[in-house]
Design a binder for this molecule. Structure first.
Ligand code: FE
Length: 171
């Protein structure tokens, strides 16, 4: 599927995004670990691109990686993200981008959790600043109609989570 691309000028992105969002999404920055609002976020719902709104990850694939960044085993829709080799910083990594707007999201690694005793899943290590959480109703179930106006894209309330144990910490 090739959905419509979202293309904006640098100036337009600067005006639309917060400083933190711009730094991550448009400048491939990385937020400091354990500072993002979704690190310990456990609500059911979907994580959308903070720049263009495309659905990227679902809460059912989110896991506690102990790294300090929101981590997912796979995208909600494979085509929603684009993977690209990133050999900067003397590391060979794979960059994850939003296919719709080209925004930088984070990186993906091979050391995710083992599911049902199988081989390790992937670990999509994503910046909170690149995401906008939408609670409830995974695509299709149309159940979240009766909200108080304006209560959809949730911000803040990162919550008091227990201290992270770090089973999947980067080596
Ligand atoms: Fe996007």
């Amino acid at each position: 599927m090739s959905g419509a691309k979202v293309e904006k000028t640098d100036q337009e992105w600067r005006e639309q995004l917060t400083g933190a969002q711009y730094d991550v999404l448009r400048k491939a920055g990385t937020e400091a670990p354990f500072t993002g609002e979704y690190v310990h976020h456990k609500q059911d719902g979907s994580y959308r691109c903070a720049a263009c709104g495309t659905e990227l990850f679902g809460s059912e694939t989110k896991f506690d990686s102990g790294t300090g960044w929101p981590s997912f085993t796979e995208p909600a829709v494979a085509e929603a993200v684009e993977l690209r080799p990133d050999n900067g910083l003397f590391m060979r990594r794979t960059e994850v981008l939003c296919r719709t707007c080209g925004g930088h999201l984070g990186h993906v690694f091979d050391d995710g959790p083992s599911i049902d005793g199988g081989p390790p899943a992937q670990r999509y290590c994503i910046n909170s600043a690149a995401l906008a959480f939408q609670p409830g109703a995974e695509a299709g179930s149309g159940e979240d109609a009766q909200t108080d106006a304006g209560a959809e894209v949730h911000a803040g309330a990162a919550a008091d989570a227990p201290p992270p144990d770090a089973p999947f910490a980067a080596r």
